[in-house]
Design a protein around this ligand. Structure first.
Ligand SMILES: Cc1cc2nc3c(=O)[nH]c(=O)nc-3n(C[C@H](O)[C@H](O)[C@H](O)COP(=O)(O)OP(=O)(O)OC[C@H]3O[C@@H](n4cnc5c(N)ncnc54)[C@H](O)[C@@H]3O)c2cc1C
Length: 435
């Protein structure tokens, strides 16, 4: 293996946002190198709610249909998002009665439910078809940048052999704890960590408890715990995410040291019955927080996805926001690498995406507080915006750059459009520049 590699873009992190970045760069004609520490794509389901905007992006790169087909095999689509005291017990609230209710006409693409573990291999395959090189079990060890590029050292976890990569640009899609962001000295700003949460993966036949209801996300709010369930077809396995336990006014939110017996008790308390045998497969630890990086760019390095913004899963915005970062960045990098735009244009990535991230993170936090953690207080919460405004109806730079939609969908094949009676240019991401 050559000790030295040249690539236009090095992507660190080969999960949802790293793979999406690779796929989009490939689509815009750039063949990046992706390094991912793990041996393969995500093993945990995590993200499942995929927004219309994300599906529009998937349509533009030729994966919408395979994602839709796979999603239908995994979940009954168009489920409700509701709250119960237990799965066997009372329904408390319905947040969304049907995932696509009221939004079907907003886009040619629908919201779908597909877990990250099923989605990522589809993105990986398409990214490779479009020319991306992916190296799993390979980690970034160190990096330096100068005025012409980034020099990084990567290392295979199997051989231990280091290699040097020279890239013109680097994307840090290395997740919430982003070592790259840390080394760049970019602080996170926001609400900080408000729960050391867990996700309990378990097997149990919950069909009798579902009672024929089609439920995408089931919040569970009772005196024992506050969190949410998600179940896949054939409804014999799923997960329970738990954010807080005990007294709803003064709950315990540090769940790092619970015993296996306590995990099992939490699942029973959420199911509301002990009549269903439960086997716990795994417990994953994660932090619920709501923060945005102070800058999304450090020289030739760009933060995307959870490295740039972290938010609670309520609303299903985290991964989608990261995929939209990837789209915004990919076409700009492609134009700069082709010499069609000056590098200074890349500064619009931070200018456009950071305000959207700040808005979205606060909206996710507001959903977390109102649905799961009212004890955190509502005094500083933003007004809750409709989901559609968060997912689809945003514009950049106070409306100067607006997304347009045509009858054929998206406007992604258009270079000009008529907006407010005027002919205006359309960017490769389907946004019209209105002044
Ligand atoms: C329970 C739960 C439910 C969720 N539901 C939704 C949902 O419905 N919809 C939604 O949009 N979002 C949801 N999210 C959020 C979503 O999972 C995240 O926003 C998404 O995974 C972020 O992707 P990412 O690629 O930015 O980061 P990550 O998925 O964290 O990936 C970062 C990757 O970088 C790799 N890495 C780090 N350092 C290095 C290094 N030095 N070298 C090589 N590789 C490295 C890591 O191994 C990792 O694979 C949910 C989250 C949770 C916890």
């Amino acid at each position: 293996m050559s000790p030295h590699i040249e690539t236009p873009v090095l992507i660190v992190g080969g999960s949802l946002v790293g793979l999406s970045s690779a796929l989009l760069l490939g689509h815009y004609g750039v063949e990046p190198l992706v390094v991912e520490r793990h041996r393969g794509t995500a093993i945990h389901p995590r993200a499942a709610q995929i927004s219309q905007r994300t599906m529009e992006i998937f349509r533009s790169v030729g994966v919408e249909q395979i994602v839709t087909r796979a999603s239908e095999e995994q979940f009954v689509q168009d489920g409700a998002i509701m709250a119960v005291d237990t799965l066997a017990g009372k329904e408390i609230a319905t947040y969304i009665a049907n995932l696509n209710e009221g939004v079907r006409d907003a886009s040619p693409c629908l919201r779908v439910f597909i877990s990250q573990s099923l989605l990522e291999p589809l993105l990986q395959k398409r990214a490779q078809e479009l020319g991306a090189e992916l190296r799993f079990a390979t980690e970034l060890v160190s990096f330096e940048q100068d005025k012409d590029g980034v020099t990084a050292v990567i290392r295979s976890r199997d051989s231990g052999d280091p290699q040097t990569v020279r890239a013109q640009y680097m994307i840090a899609a290395d997740g919430a704890h982003s070592p790259i962001r840390e080394k760049l000295g970019i602080p996170m700003r926001g609400r900080g960590v408000f729960s050391n949460s867990i996700t309990i993966y378990f097997r149990a036949d919950v069909r009798p408890l579902l009672r024929g209801r089609n439920l995408s996300v089931i919040y569970v709010l009772n005196p024992t715990l506050r969190g949410f369930f998600r179940f896949e077809k054939p409804f014999t396995s799923g997960f329970l995410a738990v954010n807080a336990i005990g007294d709803p006014q003064q709950p315990t939110t540090d769940l790092r040291n619970l015993s296996p017996e306590q995990h099992l008790e939490l699942v029973y308390a959420a199911l509301g019955t002990r009549d269903v045998p439960v086997t716990i497969d795994n417990v994953m630890h994660w932090q619920a927080c709501a923060d945005v990086a102070e800058r999304f760019q450090g020289g030739r390095i760009f933060l995307a996805g959870d490295s740039a913004h972290v938010m609670p899963p309520n609303g299903g915005f985290g991964g989608n926001t990261g995929i939209q970062d990837a789209q915004n960045l990919a076409w700009k990098l492609a134009e700069v690498l082709r010499g069609e735009e000056l590098p200074a244009m890349l500064q619009t990535y931070d200018a456009e995406r950071r305000p959207i991230a700040e808005f979205t993170v606060e909206q996710a936090y507001a959903r977390y507080v109102t649905r799961t953690a009212p004890y955190l207080g509502t005094a500083t919460l933003p007004t809750i915006a409709p989901d559609l405004d968060i997912e689809l109806n945003y514009s950049y730079d106070h409306g100067r750059v607006r997304h347009i939609r045509h009858a054929d969908g998206l406007g992604l094949r258009w270079t000009t459009a008529v907006v407010d009676g005027r002919q205006v240019p359309v960017r490769p991401d389907g946004f019209a520049v209105v002044d």
